[in-house]
Design a protein around this ligand. Structure first.
Ligand code: ARG
Length: 545
């Protein structure tokens, strides 16, 4: 954290003097009495210079302005509280303070819906996590590009086209509802009917060879599907920089395969192309009938991005179940000597229903995201009849986002509307309510000039301010591990501390003007901070509740 930087430097040079070269790591204290802890010294209990080091630390701690009180325990844990007299500047310039020193260029591949199918519950986490990583990285000054990476190519689309052909469905006037109906039927038929299989494969081949008629049909299907996707995504407050997909790399694949064959990186094996990397099982690059696999288009996509979008890192926000696919992809990228970038699979678990079963509709089908959104709106309307449409819309999105991000992405969770909308629980509604209260307080005070001086008068205020300072820490955690839950939990914590502070007294009737001004200032800092975290999570603050 920037505010503790001078302290860290002093600590580090002190250790340097005894030939210990390491980065000092400041953690949020697990002991109630203290704010932070430094554990670096624990492992040096038997160091020959330890007495000298501890004396140095003590002197440093006594002299350093930012430290209020401290202790060095028997095991050499260094615990301290922070002096809040000099933190106002830091709080005023929060947005600057959280900027990263080494800005990176990041591509985030998330969402990844397939055309012909509507968005469903299985897309929720990719969308939420991807959007959160997007906004958080942008906020700290990284340059970020989002790519929805549509599944808009290959066998599934060929099957839809084939189905339309045998059923005489006119493709250029096809509707979304028709597509939703056709998708499962065509893949079912593909499994059971040999002649249908032959037809679909033929169409798939035509598509890969850019044959005019097939491409025209594909375009109609893609257009209908994409405009539906855009509509739903905009209701759910999602937006993408790039609307690319598997189809965009079709022309890259052939030359890629030729080059890799020439370099002996891939070879024929029973008609299929496999990687020559020593691996068990062998990594399959194309099928024996020449058709492309998921891996083939993902390799093409890597090349396309290298060619056209400058970047240092690619994050793939995709279900845990695709872990193996991404392992194969990343290994192949390395083996094929593609230029070195950092690739990471940001995996996540499943959203289940209240009982822990796969989330289904009452009829047993997959639950569409738009229906989940509508259910949530209806639920909210029912518990609070006074809310206007706009607020309901934002709160529904808050519920669908916040509860999702609160869970560590690696674990599954149960979707429970009753629990997720509880105003006194750890919910999106709770955090919205806290910031609405803060906003209302500032409005009511009619105090346009919040430029007073910060005066801490009680424990609640102190706890709130210290925790506001910690935003930087949680942003670091979230971006370092690609885990938005650190920030989601943090938002609850500061909202809770704000409520404790707010409920303690009637702030507007505090008589001492300076103290009142300070309390409004604390409220302003909370509001600023809460709105920043919300923006990181992809949540829009509401104005009324
Ligand atoms: N369309 C894929 C699916 O439905 C997800 C795409 C994820 N991104 C990627 N580059 N593979 O499973």
């Amino acid at each position: 954290m920037k505010i503790l930087k001078p302290l860290i430097s002093e600590f580090e040079s002190l250790l340097e003097n005894s030939n210990i070269h390491e980065a000092i790591d400041i953690k949020i204290s697990s002991i109630e009495k203290f704010d932070y802890q430094i554990n670096n010294l624990v492992k040096y209990q038997n160091h020959k210079d330890i007495e000298k080091i501890l004396n140095g630390v003590e002197k440093l701690a006594l002299d350093n302005q930012i430290i209020d009180s401290f202790e060095i325990t028997e095991k050499n844990f260094f615990n301290f509280t922070i002096n809040l007299n000099n933190v106002q500047d830091y709080l005023e310039n929060f947005k600057e303070n959280i900027k990263t020193e080494h800005s990176k260029k990041i591509i985030i591949d998330y969402g990844g819906p397939n055309i012909g199918k509507p968005l469903h519950v299985g897309h929720l986490r990719s969308l939420n996590i991807g959007r959160s990583l997007y906004h958080t990285n942008k906020l700290i000054g990284n340059s970020v590009t989002s790519d929805i990476h549509l599944g808009d190519w290959g066998m599934p689309v060929a099957q839809i086209i084939a189905y339309c052909e045998i059923q005489n469905i006119i493709i250029n006037s096809i509707t979304v509802d028709q597509l939703i109906d056709i998708y499962p039927k065509s893949s079912e038929l593909y499994r059971s009917d040999k002649s249908f299989q032959i037809l679909a494969k033929e169409i798939n081949k035509n598509l890969n060879e850019n044959e005019n008629e097939s491409i025209k049909k594909w375009k109609s299907i893609r257009n209908v599907s994409v405009s539906e996707l855009k509509e739903t995504l905009s209701i759910l407050n999602h937006d993408f920089d790039l609307w690319l997909g598997e189809s965009d790399v079709n022309n890259i694949i052939k030359p890629m395969i030729e080059k890799l064959t020439k370099e002996k990186k891939i070879t024929l094996d029973d008609g299929a192309l496999v990687s020559t990397q020593e691996k068990e099982p062998k990594i399959l690059i194309t099928k024996s009938d020449g058709s492309y696999l998921y891996l083939t288009t993902d390799l093409g996509t890597v090349l396309n991005r290298l060619e056209n979008y400058e970047h240092d890192i690619v994050l793939y926000v995709v279900d845990n179940r695709q872990k193996f696919h991404f392992e194969q992809l990343f290994e192949s990228i390395e083996y094929f000597d593609f230029p070195e970038k950092k690739y990471e699979h940001v995996g996540f678990g499943t959203v289940n229903d209240e009982k822990g079963n796969p989330f289904k509709t009452r009829e047993g089908g997959v639950k569409q995201l738009i229906d989940l959104y509508k259910d949530t709106c209806a639920y909210l309307k029912n518990i609070n009849k006074d809310l206007n449409e706009e607020t309901i819309h934002e709160l529904a999105n808050t519920v669908l986002t916040y509860s999702d991000l609160l869970t560590n992405r690696k674990t599954d969770y149960k979707f429970n509307l009753n629990k997720f909308t509880n105003i006194s629980g750890k919910t999106g509604i709770y955090v919205q309510y806290a910031q609405v209260r803060a906003k209302r307080l500032i409005e009511k005070s009619q105090d346009k000039d919040t430029n007073g001086e910060l005066i801490i008068t009680n424990e609640e205020e102190r706890n709130l301010i210290v925790s506001l300072l910690n935003l930087e820490f949680y942003i670091n955690q979230s971006t370092k591990f690609n885990e938005p839950h650190h920030l989601a939990n943090y938002l609850y914590d500061i909202s809770n501390l704000f409520n404790n502070f707010y409920q303690g007294e009637n702030i507007l009737s505090v008589e001492n003007e300076e103290v009142k001004k300070s309390k409004l200032l604390i409220t302003k800092y909370f509001l600023q901070n809460s709105n920043l975290v919300m923006s990181c999570l992809g949540i829009n603050p509401v104005n009324k509740m």
